[in-house]
Design a protein around this ligand. Structure first.
Ligand code: GLN
Length: 545
C-alpha cells in the first residue's frame, strides 16, 4: 500500500487542499490509480449543516455526500469522481466508535482515544485506499491543534505498519517588510511540533507571498529549513503566490517534485519506468501556456447574485466552473459579486448595469429573496442572459407566476407560511423528515431532456445526470393546473426526472439565454472537462450583440 499524508503547519489557509489536488493530478497523469481522502478534525458528522459563510461551500459528491470543499479541489484538478467516503470527520469517527460501544463490541474495555479512536481512523483509511495503487490523505487543520491530534497519531502508527508511507508538510515562510527578509522560524517550530508527535516529514513545501524571490535567497532558505528538519535541500520545495491556483501543478512539475516523490515512494527501477511524463508534454503545460497569455483576451463581466457573497469560498465550485468555461471560450471573465440583500434594500440595480450576464446562485432561507426576484424580472424584461441554479430556478418560476401569470402571492413554502399559492413546495418525501443532517434530495439524479430546447442544444443528449441538494421543488399539481397558461406565455419545462417527473430544467422561449436548473452543474465542471451549461452560457455572452 502506497500512502502519502499531507499536513499543514504555521497557519491555515495555505492552499493545502489545492496543493494536495495538484499532487494528485500529477500522479494521476503519470498513471497511478489513486484516491484522495480528506480528514477533517471538526466534530460535525459532515459539512452539510455548516454555514457557508463560516466554512465555505458544501461540496456535493455524486453519491450524495455533503463534503468539505477540498473534495471539490480534488475533483476539479483530476478526472476522478470522489465519493462521500473520501471525507472523514472526527464526528464520523466518534459516532462509529460510540455506536460500536453501544452495541457492546468493546465489551469490558475502557474506550479511549488511543487505541479505539485511532484504530477507527486507521481502519477507515485502510478500508478506503485498499483498492488503489496510492492513497493521498490530507489532514485538515494545523499541526498543534488539539482536534487533529488523533488523526496525526493514527498517521504515525500507519507509517510503522506500512513503511511505504510518506509525509509532506506544508508551511508558510513570512516576508518581513521592514527588514526585507523571509523568515524560516515558524516553519522550524512547526516541524519541531510534528516531530514531537513522532512524524518526520519527507518533504516540506513552503508557501511565500513574494512572487519573485531571488534564487540565491530561496536556496538559503531551503538550506536553513533542511538543516532544522533533518532533510536534504532537494526535499524542500517552494511555492510562491501564483496568479492562478491552476499554475501550481506546473510549478511542482518544473521543480521535479514528482520525480523526488516517486523515488522515495517506490523502488528506483519501478519509479524510472513511471516517470515518463515530461513537463512540456503534461496537460498542465497547456493550461500554463493559456494562463500566461490572458492579457490579450477579450473581457466580459458577469454578476453572481447571492447572499453569501462576503465569503467567495461559499460559491467556490461556481466561480471555478466559470473559470474553466472562460478558458474554454478564450475570454477573460470578471465576476462581480452582488449581494441580493443590497438590491432588495436599495431597490436599485446599479451593480448589474454593465454586466453581460447574470447567475442567480443557490441558497437557503428567505433572506435576500426579493432582491433576486427583482434581478430576474429585470433580466427577463431586458433579455440579459441569465442562469438560475437550484434556488435560482425556483425564483425564476415564482417571478414568472407573479409577473406574467399575475398570481401576486406566488411563493415557496420555504419563505413564508402565508400564501395561497405555493408554486414551489416542500418535496413530498421531505414532509416526515425531522433531522436536518444529510436528509435533502442529494447527489445524482437523472433528467430527461425534451428535444428542440435550449437544454438539448446544450447537452446534445436526451438523458443526463447531475448533482442535487435541495428540499423544495416546483409544485407539480400547480404545474398541471396551469400547464396551458404556462406554455402559452413562453415558459418551457425542458427537463424532468424520468421517475418522479420533478422539474429539473426550465427555460424561456425567444430569449438569448434564460435557463433555470434544479441541480448544481458547477459540481461537475473540471479544468480539463468544463461543463456544457457554463460553456454555452459564456459563449452566448461572448457572441451577443
Ligand atoms: N433552498 C432551496 C431548497 O432547499 C434551494 C436549495 C439550493 O439552492 N441548493 O430547495
Amino acid at each position: 500500500m502506497n500512502l502519502i499524508f499531507i499536513t499543514g503547519g504555521v497557519i491555515s489557509s495555505l492552499g493545502k487542499g489545492v496543493i494536495t489536488a495538484s499532487i494528485a493530478s500529477i500522479l494521476e497523469e503519470i498513471g497511478f490509480k489513486l484516491t484522495v481522502l480528506k480528514l477533517d478534525p471538526y466534530l460535525n458528522v459532515d459539512a452539510g449543516t455548516m454555514n457557508p459563510l463560516e466554512h465555505g461551500e458544501v461540496f456535493v459528491t455524486f453519491d450524495g455526500g455533503e463534503t468539505d470543499l477540498d473534495i471539490g479541489h480534488y475533483e476539479r484538478f483530476t478526472n476522478i469522481n470522489f465519493s462521500k467516503k473520501n471525507n472523514i470527520t472526527s464526528g464520523q469517527v466518534y459516532l462509529n466508535v460510540l455506536e460500536k460501544e453501544r452495541k457492546g463490541e468493546f465489551l469490558g474495555q475502557t474506550i479511549q482515544v488511543i487505541p479505539h479512536v485511532t484504530n477507527e481512523i486507521k481502519n477507515q483509511i485502510y478500508e478506503r485506499v485498499k483498492d488503489f495503487d496510492l492513497g493521498i490523505v490530507e489532514i485538515g487543520g494545523t499541526v498543534g491543534d488539539i482536534e487533529s491530534l488523533p488523526f496525526l497519531e493514527a498517521a504515525r502508527q500507519i507509517k510503522i505498519e506500512n513503511p511505504n508511507t510518506l509525509f509532506i508538510h506544508i508551511t508558510y515562510v513570512p516576508y518581513i517588510k521592514n527588514t526585507g527578509e523571509l523568515k524560516t522560524k515558524p516553519t522550524q517550530h512547526s516541524v519541531r511540533e510534528l516531530r514531537s508527535i513522532g512524524i518526520q516529514p519527507d518533504f516540506i513545501i513552503f508557501r511565500t507571498e513574494q512572487k519573485q524571490i531571488i534564487p540565491k535567497v530561496i536556496q538559503d532558505i531551503k538550506n536553513k529549513i533542511a538543516l532544522f528538519s533533518n532533510l536534504t535541500k532537494n526535499n524542500i520545495i517552494d511555492i510562491p503566490n501564483l496568479k492562478y491556483t491552476y499554475l501550481i501543478p506546473y510549478k511542482l512539475l518544473k521543480n521535479k517534485f514528482h520525480k523526488l516523490l516517486l523515488k522515495l515512494l517506490i523502488n528506483k527501477k519501478e519509479s524510472r519506468k513511471l516517470i515518463t511524463i515530461k513537463t512540456k508534454d503534461s496537460r498542465w503545460n497547456k493550461i500554463k501556456i493559456f494562463l500566461s497569455s490572458t492579457k490579450n483576451l477579450k473581457k466580459f463581466s458577469l454578476a453572481i447574485v447571492g447572499k453569501y457573497t462576503k465569503l467567495k469560498d461559499s460559491y467556490k465550485s461556481l466561480s471555478e466552473a466559470l473559470f474553466h468555461s472562460a478558458i474554454h471560450n478564450n475570454i477573460n471573465l470578471n465576476i462581480k459579486w452582488v449581494d441580493s440583500e443590497k438590491i432588495e434594500k436599495d431597490k436599485q440595480l446599479s451593480d448589474l448595469l454593465n454586466v453581460s450576464g447574470i447567475i442567480i446562485a443557490g441558497g437557503f432561507g428567505s433572506r435576500g429573496i426579493e432582491g433576486k426576484l427583482i434581478t430576474i424580472k429585470w433580466a427577463r424584461e431586458n433579455d440579459i442572459p441569465i442562469l438560475g441554479i437550484c434556488l435560482g430556478l425556483q425564483l425564476m418560476f415564482i417571478e414568472f407566476c407573479r409577473n406574467i401569470l399575475g398570481i401576486k402571492d406566488a411563493s415557496s413554502r420555504e419563505f413564508s407560511s402565508k400564501s395561497n399559492n405555493f408554486v414551489v413546495e416542500l418535496l413530498e418525501n421531505q414532509k416526515q423528515i425531522t433531522k436536518l443532517g444529510g436528509t435533502m434530495r442529494l447527489g445524482n439524479y437523472k433528467c430527461k431532456i425534451s428535444p428542440n430546447t435550449l437544454a438539448y442544444q446544450i447537452y446534445q443528449s436526451e438523458e443526463i445526470e447531475e448533482r442535487h441538494r435541495h428540499r423544495y421543488e416546483i409544485n407539480l399539481s400547480f404545474l398541471k393546473q396551469y400547464q396551458k397558461d404556462i406554455e402559452k406565455n413562453g415558459l418551457i419545462i425542458s427537463g424532468i426526472n424520468p421517475e418522479t417527473e420533478l422539474v429539473e430544467i426550465i427555460e424561456m422561449k425567444n430569449k438569448k439565454f434564460f435557463l433555470g436548473v434544479q441541480f448544481h452543474p458547477e459540481f461537475n465542471s473540471r479544468i480539463f472537462n468544463p461543463h456544457p451549461i457554463f460553456n454555452f452560457f459564456l459563449n452566448t455572452i461572448k457572441n451577443q450583440t
